[in-house]
Structures are given as structure tokens and as C-alpha cells.
Design a binder for this molecule. Structure first.
Ligand SMILES: [Zn+2]
Length: 418
């Protein structure tokens, strides 16, 4: 559905017709750029979906905007897809006039568009009905408060999933519940492939090395650091849920075919959430570079039976490995045993972008829609937003690695007590 509004550019008084192709959220912030003076003017659309016809309230340039006069001769007509990557140039083309329909061209088929809609609505409906409960469950889990955890589990799942019987089941079921929530956001199934690679590696270990791995996991779980990693990763997932409207506009891009992906650089996301998204990117980058230590430990056990034993003896231990510059850590990953992980890591984490964010030498240029920074080519904001979503498989993988450490620990305890 497209709403039309008339406004004057607050900078140069150009007569502008805004065509807003509305999104799903009830509050939709946006900005538009005046072609004449280049000013980026902010606005928001609030929609009450509970009444028909929908109650709407538009705010432009920070003021309520009751302007209803129709311009006979507008200076500009600007169409914006409020939660979609959209084309701004060539105002007369169907691509720019109907941002939603244009998505199916970018995806290559209507089927894909339907898939996209199903997945996003399935994610939103689980979030709406269960997220506050799931978040409490996560808190009880990270507190290892099993009494409250079990109570909350029963509250959420009632008869559909019986109470976990022991710690192993608590670790396992919680992670399955998280996967159920986030799987809708993973159209490319990369996470499942990554998970399989890890499971294959661990299940293929001979008995003596498996014992070493169990000892490694016990040493790790004794240390508070592992729980700290786990909390940080859960915070990243919570961020994605609670700020979903800031990233959901990048979600269609995950369904684009090869041509559509190439077009992403010409598509604009007309809202500006860079301040919060860059903080999330930075935190995700850092936590992945912490967890890689464990992934390397498993690799060292696979090859040499000792988590601290590196090829050629350098670095001399995992602790020393942890201290090398982050950017070098991926070089230690063996691509023969971790081909999927290595490739996912390289796709997901951009060192130059991370440094620019860390050094505060990057900005979102609203006029061009580009992220501009010193040490690298500009990145379209639309690509950045979809890249933020693309961190998810790696974050889930790191969560899975840590879960493994807790589960192996449990097996060891079982073996001891039986
Ligand atoms: Zn202007």
C-alpha cells in the first residue's frame, strides 16, 4: 500500500510529493533527500493497524504535518519503500514506483517473495508471542537457576515439550528453542552446514582425542570466561530481536538472486540506524574473535591431541594465541577441517569496517546512502544492513561451540558418576 503526502523542503521550499510504500512496523522512521538542495529530511509514519481504515500519523522534520493541499506541479516526486531496499532514481520506472513489487524481480521469482514474507511473519509472530518469555528463560539459563528455568520452560511450552530431566537436556533444549526462533532468518541454511561440519569433526575424533577434548571442555567450563562469552553472544541475539526494525530492511536482500545481489549497491534503505548497528557489528566482531580460541583448541586436539599444541609449536599456548592481533587469528584455522567455517568467517567479518567503526572514522552519508571511511571503499548502507543480518550464522555457530563445551562436560560427569 502506498500513501501520498505533500510537503515543502524545509531547506529550499521545493514542492515535494512523498509516496511511502508502507512496511510492517507500526512506527516507521525514514528520511528523504531533496534533489534540489541536497538536504536529508527526517520523518516518521505511525500506523494503527488495529482499525480500518488504518489510522495514520505522519511527522516530517519533527513536526506534525497536516498539509493536504495538492500540488499541481510538484518539483519532485519521491517514492520510498519504508522497510525495503528501494531504487530512488528514475522516478517513472516501475522499479522505483512500486518498491514491493520490485523485490520479486530482485529475488528472481514470486515464489521467493512469498517465502520471504512467510519467514519474516513467522519470525515476527514467534517474537510477538514468546520473546519476553524466551528472554527470561535465557536469563535463568545464564544464571544457571534451574528451578526458575524449569518453571519458565513449562510456562512457555506447556505440553508441547516436556520438562528437561537433567542439565544436559537443559543446555540442549534451550539451544534448540533459540534455533527454532532464528531459523526463519536463515534462508541460505549456512548455519546448518556449519553445525554439521563441527559435529562431524567432533564425532570423528578417536577415543583418546575425545578424552582430551572432554578435559579441554572441563577446564574451560571451570573458568567464568566461557559463561561470559555465552552471555555476550546471547546479548547479540537479543539485540537482533529487540532492534529488528533497524535490520529487517536488509532481510529481503538475503533472498535476492545473483543479479539482485549485484543491484544491492544501487538500492537504498531510507532510514538511518547506523549508530546502533555499528555498535552491534563491533561487539559481534569482538566476541567471534574470542570464541575462535575454542575452535582452534578443537583443531589442535584433532591434529596433535592437545589444545595448546600448535603446528610448529607457535604460538606456545592457546592463551598466547588469544593475545595475537584479532585480524591474524583466522590464519590459524585449517581450511581442510573447517572449510565452511573459514569461508563464512571471511564473508561475514570485515576487518577494515571493524577498524573504521572502532576508530570512529566512518559515517553514514545520507545523501548518497554510503558508509564513507578512510581506509576502504565506501560501502552502501543497504549492503551493510544485510551484512549485519549475515552475522547471524556465525553468531549461532559460536553459540553452538560453547554449548558443545558444556555438553561434553556433562558427558564426562556422567561417565564419572556411573
Ligand atoms: Zn531542498
Amino acid at each position: 500500500m502506498i500513501f501520498r503526502y505533500h510537503t515543502l523542503c524545509p531547506g529550499c521550499s521545493a514542492k515535494i510529493i512523498l509516496r511511502l510504500s508502507i512496511g510492517i512496523d507500526s512506527y516507521q522512521p525514514f528520511y528523504y533527500v531533496c534533489e534540489r538542495c541536497g538536504a536529508a529530511n527526517k520523518g516518521s509514519l505511525e500506523i494503527d493497524y488495529s482499525i480500518l481504515p488504518y489510522g495514520t500519523k505522519i511527522t516530517l522534520d519533527g513536526q506534525n504535518h497536516p498539509m493536504e493541499t495538492d500540488f499541481e506541479n510538484p518539483d519532485q516526486i519521491i517514492t520510498i519503500g519504508l522497510d525495503l531496499p528501494c531504487i530512488l532514481t528514475g522516478a517513472d520506472s516501475p522499479e522505483s514506483q512500486f518498491p514491493f513489487l520490485h523485490q520479486s524481480t530482485l529475488m528472481g521469482s514470486t515464489d521467493k517473495l512469498i517465502q520471504f514474507q512467510n519467514r519474516i511473519s513467522s519470525f515476527r509472530s514467534i517474537v510477538n508471542s514468546d520473546w519476553p518469555k524466551l528472554k527470561r528463560l535465557l536469563t535463568y539459563y545464564t544464571n544457571r537457576d534451574w528451578i526458575q528455568f524449569d518453571r519458565e520452560w513449562e510456562n512457555i511450552f506447556e505440553d508441547t515439550s516436556p520438562l528437561p530431566k537433567n542439565d544436559f537436556e537443559r543446555h540442549d533444549r534451550l539451544h534448540r528453542a533459540l534455533e527454532m526462533l532464528f531459523i526463519s532468518l536463515l534462508p541460505e541454511l549456512d548455519y546448518l552446514i556449519l553445525k554439521k561440519e563441527l559435529n562431524y569433526l567432533i564425532s570423528g575424533l578417536p577415543e583418546d582425542k575425545l578424552l582430551k577434548l572432554k578435559k579441554f571442555s572441563i577446564d574451560l567450563t571451570k573458568d567464568k570466561e566461557l559463561l561470559y562469552f555465552q552471555r555476550s553472544l546471547f546479548e547479540r541475539l537479543a539485540f537482533m530481536v529487540e532492534n529488528f526494525s533497524a535490520i529487517s530492511s536488509g532481510f529481503p536482500a538475503l533472498f535476492y538472486n545473483a543479479n539482485g545481489k549485484k543491484d544491492l549497491k544501487n538500492l537504498r534503505i531510507m532510514r538511518d540506524d547506523f549508530e546502533i548497528l555499528k555498535a552491534h557489528y563491533l561487539s559481534s566482531y569482538e566476541i567471534c574473535h574470542k570464541v575462535i580460541k575454542i575452535i582452534i583448541g578443537i583443531q589442535n586436539i584433532h591434529f596433535r591431541g592437545d589444545p595448546d599444541l600448535f603446528d610448529g609449536g607457535k604460538p606456545t599456548s592457546l592463551t598466547k594465541f588469544d593475545r595475537i592481533p584479532n585480524a591474524l587469528k583466522i590464519n590459524y584455522i585449517n581450511q581442510n577441517i573447517y572449510p565452511e567455517f573459514h569461508s563464512r568467517w571471511t564473508i561475514s567479518l570485515n576487518k577494515k569496517l571493524r577498524n573504521a567503526i572502532g576508530h570512529n572514522s566512518i559515517y553514514h552519508d545520507l545523501k548518497s546512502g554510503m558508509l564513507i571511511f578512510d581506509d576502504g571503499d565506501p560501502i552502501p548502507y543497504s549492503k551493510f544492513v544485510s551484512d549485519v543480518l549475515n552475522l547471524l550464522p556465525l553468531l549461532l555457530y559460536c553459540i553452538q561451540v560453547i554449548k558443545m563445551m558444556y555438553i561434553l562436560q556433562y558427558f564426562k560427569n556422567q561417565a564419572k558418576s556411573s
